[in-house]
Design a protein around this ligand. Structure first.
Ligand SMILES: [Zn+2]
Length: 334
């Protein structure tokens, strides 16, 4: 069963907000779209495993999606972590289109993309082995008994062609790589292989959930886009990149005629994803392009956001409207 479900990654939400808010003629527009497509492909590959993980064998595991922990000063992230009383499984999911030629003796995978361009990738299984070592360290730092940990690479795109030179058929990098459809069979065999030792999972599970790190990297810092380069204004939810205009009680898109009472909430969520979880009246007026300080104040108050500070130093916390999203650390750009 899932104890940490497959939610849309925060990094993907941030990239979506950035793509929405970056003018099409910005020099980094294409680069950011490429990052967005890669993040979307990763998420879609992980989502596609839900079906296989909820079948009979998968239901015997306690499943966590996207876990990020820190050991010895290093963060490490696992796409899925499967817990069982007898062993743990780390799943490294690859959603890749094209052809992959495996050369485990050189620790590399040659990826021929659908457009026939070629890229060299590091051996997927080695990446998973490094995560296994980090997790074993983390468990030891937590003073928990060691438990067998098996890394597994899952190729989630059924149309991806795999080329494996026959001499490598028995290589660990190949034996521990499967396609999604084989996952239930592989989980059954893992369960059969580890039938003796028993390990209490409750402490491990609660420690992992407690220490799981938010993906709080600031996307503007990562991409080098400055806040002043973003498209501001309340964007029309139908036209996406057209600004809405505030009429007395509602927002109106002059392009498609869409009306909305609360389109500014999405604007505040974009601010939170791109800049940070706290906003002042002045920042709100800049980001939503609202001229009147009293209109901005009225809209912020109407949302009943927690407030701190006084007068011009007063800021509103947006965590109420972003739910459990762990966005950027406060003042990450100041
Ligand atoms: Zn519109």
């Amino acid at each position: 069963m899932f104890i940490k479900p497959i939610d849309k990654p925060l990094r993907l939400l941030k990239l979506e907000a950035l793509a929405r808010r970056l003018p099409h003629n910005h020099p980094k527009h294409q680069e950011i779209l490429q990052k967005l497509y890669r993040a979307e492909a990763g998420y879609s590959g992980e989502k596609s495993l839900h079906y296989y993980l909820t079948q009979k064998a998968g239901r015997q595991y306690r499943i966590l999606h996207s876990v990020k922990l820190n050991t010895l000063g290093h963060d490490f992230q696992m796409d899925f972590l499967l817990l069982h009383q007898t062993h743990l499984l780390i799943l490294e999911v690859k959603n890749i289109a094209g052809t992959l030629r495996f050369e485990p003796d050189r620790h590399q995978v040659i990826w021929t993309k659908p457009d026939n361009s070629v890229k060299v990738l590091p051996d997927f299984y080695l990446q998973a082995i490094i995560q296994k070592e980090h997790l074993a360290n983390w468990i030891s730092e937590a003073d928990l008994p060691q438990i067998p940990i098996n890394p597994l690479v899952v190729i989630s795109n059924p149309n991806c062609r795999l080329e494996i030179p026959p001499q490598f058929n028995n290589h660990p990098s190949i034996r521990n790589m499967i396609r999604s459809a084989y996952l239930p069979t592989r989980l059954s065999s893992e369960l059969n292989q580890h039938s003796k030792a028993t390990f209490s999972l409750s402490k491990l599970e609660s420690l992992i959930l407690e220490h799981n790190l938010p993906d709080d990297q600031c996307i503007l810092k990562e991409t080098g886009v400055k806040p002043g380069e973003l498209t501001t204004g309340v964007l029309c939810p139908a036209c996406l990149n057209k600004r809405m205009i505030k009429h007395r009680y509602r927002w109106l898109c002059s392009h498609c005629g869409k009306k909305s009472r609360n389109a500014h909430v999405d604007t505040l969520i974009d601010f939170s994803l791109l800049v940070g979880p706290l906003i002042t009246n002045i920042e709100f007026r800049w980001f939503a392009q609202i001229e009147s300080a009293s209109t901005a104040k009225h809209l912020l108050r109407e949302l009943k956001l927690p407030v701190a500070g006084h007068n011009r130093g007063r800021f509103y916390s947006l965590t109420h409207i972003t739910g459990n999203l762990q966005v950027n650390p406060p003042n990450s750009l100041s």
